[in-house]
Design a protein around this ligand. Structure first.
Ligand code: SAH
Ligand code: SF4
Ligand code: F3S
Length: 446
C-alpha cells in the first residue's frame, strides 16, 4: 500500500507530515511520490493567507477525477485549513474521505480504520490537545532534521490565524528535545532546525522552566551536530542572553529570522506585535555589533488595514536601515475571526500591489548587494542535493541559509564541504568546490 503526502505552508507542517508518514508506515503504507500509484492521499494544508486556501480548493477539486476512476483510494485533508474550515471541506467535496485537524494527527490510524470499516466519511477536529511524540517521525532527509520545540501560539498578532488553528502555546520538555537530538546525532544528522511560532518564548509553562537560550546552549553541547538553526524569533522576546549564546557557540548558525512585519509604530501597535521600530533597530544593532557577519532575514506585510503611504514609507526606511539579507513579503490578507479582519481597510488592492512591488524591488537590490559581498570568499556548505542549474551541479546552503550552486560529484550530498563563491545573484550564489573535506575554519568569512 502506498501513501502520497503533499505538504503546504510552513516547516511546522513539513514536520507534521513527517509524523503522519511515521504513523502510515506503521500501518503498512510506504511513501510514494506518484499520486496515481497511491492508495491513500494526504493533503497537509495551510490557511495563513486567503490565497493558500483558494489554491487548496483548486487542489482538492483536481482529485475528483482520480477518485472517480479509483473509488478505493482514500483522500484525507489535514492541517491548518482543515482546522479552520472543519465540516465545510466534507460538505464541499463529497469525495473527501477524512478531514482531520492539526491536533488530531495521533489518531489518524484509527480514523483510517474507522473509515474503512464503517464506510462513513469522517471529520475529526479537536480545539485543544497536546499529544505530541517527537520521536515518532519518518524524516525526509538523512542529514537534516526538523525539531518542533513549541507548538501553537499565544501572541495573537491581530492579522494572524495561526493561534486559532494551532491552539495555545505549549513547549516540549527540554529533556525530550535533548534526548531526541542526541539520537539524531547518532544517526548522522548534521543540521537541525528548532521550530516554533515564537521560539524565544520557549519553556514558560514547563514544570521545570527553561529559557530558549538555556535550551540552545544545552543543544549546542551535543556532539556531531554541526549546524543548529531555529525559527521563528519574535522581536518582543529576543533576549541579550540569546545573542551571547549564538555568539559563543560555533555550531549555532549565524542567521536570525526576525520578522519585522511593519516599520510604522502605529501599524506595529495595531498588529499587536509588542515592539516599536526603535526596539527592533536596537536588537539589530546588538546582533550586528556582537555577532559579526550574522545574517538577518525577515517577514513583512504590506497593506495592513489603516496603513497609509507614510506608514509604508516607514517600512521602506526600516528595510534600508537594517539591510536584511532576505525578506519574505506578503500583501495583507484578511482572515475571518482575527481582530484585524474587522478593521476598516481603505487602501485599494491596486495601490497595495504597487507598494508591494516597490518593496520587492528595494529588497532585491539589497539582497543582491549583500550577496555580492560574499564573492571571492570561502564558506562551509552543507550539500543538499543536485542542482537544477546545470549538469553535474550540486546545491548546498551556507550557514546564512543562502543557496549556492557548484560543480561536484553526487557522493558529496549530505556532507559539509568548502566552497568559494564566484558569482552572486539576487536569489542564489554560484561557487567552486575548494575542499571536499569539512574544514572547521571560521564558519562565516570576515
Ligand atoms: N510565527 C511567525 C510567523 C508565522 S506566519 C512570526 O511571528 O513571525 C508567517 C508569516 O506570514 C508572518 O510572519 C507574516 O508575515 C505572514 N502572515 C501571517 N498572517 C498574514 C496575513 N493575514 N496576511 C498576510 N501575511 C500574513
Ligand atoms: Fe501569528 Fe504572531 Fe503567532 Fe507569529 S507570533 S504565529 S504572526 S500570532
Ligand atoms: Fe504554517 Fe500555514 Fe499553518 S504557515 S502554521 S501551515 S497556517
Amino acid at each position: 500500500m502506498k501513501a502520497y503526502i503533499e505538504t503546504f505552508g510552513c516547516q511546522m507542517n513539513e514536520s507534521d507530515s513527517e509524523r503522519i508518514l511515521y504513523l502510515l508506515e506503521n500501518m503498512g503504507y510506504s511513501k510514494t511520490v506518484d499520486i496515481s500509484d497511491s492508495d491513500i492521499i494526504i493533503l497537509n494544508t495551510c490557511t495563513v493567507r486567503e490565497k493558500a486556501k483558494n489554491r487548496l480548493y483548486g487542489h482538492i477539486g483536481n482529485l475528483k477525477k482520480l477518485k472517480e476512476g479509483r473509488k478505493d483510494v482514500l483522500i484525507c485533508v489535514g492541517g491548518c485549513a482543515s482546522q479552520d474550515l472543519k465540516e465545510k471541506i466534507i460538505d464541499d467535496f463529497p469525495f473527501v474521505d477524512i478531514v482531520f485537524g492539526t491536533m488530531n494527527i495521533p489518531e489518524l490510524p484509527e480514523l483510517i480504520e474507522e473509515r474503512i470499516s464503517t464506510g462513513k466519511r469522517i471529520c475529526s477536529i479537536k480545539e485543544e490537545g497536546f499529544d505530541y511524540n517527537i520521536f515518532s517521525v519518518s524524516r525526509t532527509r538523512k542529514f537534516k532534521a526538523l525539531i518542533p520545540i513549541t507548538i501553537g501560539c499565544d501572541n495573537y498578532c491581530s492579522y494572524c490565524i495561526v493561534p486559532f488553528v494551532r491552539g495555545c502555546e505549549k513547549s516540549i520538555e527540554s529533556e525530550d528535545i535533548i534526548k531526541n537530538i542526541r539520537k539524531l546525532a547518532g544517526e548522522g544528522v548534521l543540521e537541525i532546525t528548532l521550530l516554533g511560532q515564537n521560539v524565544n518564548s520557549y519553556g514558560k509553562n514547563l514544570d521545570k522552566p527553561c529559557t530558549f537560550s538555556e535550551l540552545l546552549e544545552k543543544i549546542s553541547e551535543i556532539e556531531n551536530i554541526k549546524r543548529i538553526r531555529f525559527m521563528t524569533s519574535h522581536p518582543k522576546d529576543f533576549s541579550d542572553k540569546l545573542i551571547n549564546v549564538i555568539r559563543k557557540k560555533d555550531n549555532i548558525v549565524k542567521h536570525i529570522h526576525l520578522p519585522l512585519q511593519a516599520g510604522s509604530n502605529k501599524i506595529l501597535k495595531e498588529m499587536n506585535r509588542g515592539y516599536t521600530r526603535e526596539d527592533y533597530l536596537s536588537i539589530v544593532e546588538n546582533i550586528r555589533s556582537r555577532i559579526p557577519g550574522c545574517s538577518i532575514t525577515t517577514d513583512i506585510i504590506v497593506g495592513f488595514p489603516g496603513e497609509e503611504r507614510k506608514d509604508f514609507m516607514d517600512t521602506l526606511d526600516m528595510v534600508e536601515k537594517v539591510r536584511f539579507n532576505r525578506a519574505f513579503t506578503f500583501i495583507y490578507s484578511p482572515r475571518t475571526g482575527t481582530k484585524a479582519a474587522k478593521l476598516e481597510d481603505k487602501i485599494q488592492a491596486i495601490e497595495k500591489r504597487k507598494w508591494f512591488n516597490e518593496l520587492i524591488e528595494i529588497q532585491n537590490r539589497i539582497s543582491y548587494e549583500e550577496n555580492k559581498k560574499l564573492a571571492g570568499k570561502k564558506f562551509e556548505v552543507l550539500v543538499e542535493g543536485k542542482s537544477t542549474r546545470g549538469k553535474n551541479m550540486l546545491e548546498g546552503r551556507l550557514e546564512n541559509n543562502e543557496i549556492v550552486n557548484f560543480k561536484g560529484e553526487k557522493k558529496l550530498i549530505g556532507r559539509i564541504v568548502s566552497v568559494t563563491i564566484t558569482e552572486a545573484k539576487s536569489f542564489y550564489l554560484m561557487g567552486e568546490l575548494s575542499n571536499e573535506n569539512p574544514v572547521r575554519e571560521k564558519l562565516i568569512a570576515g
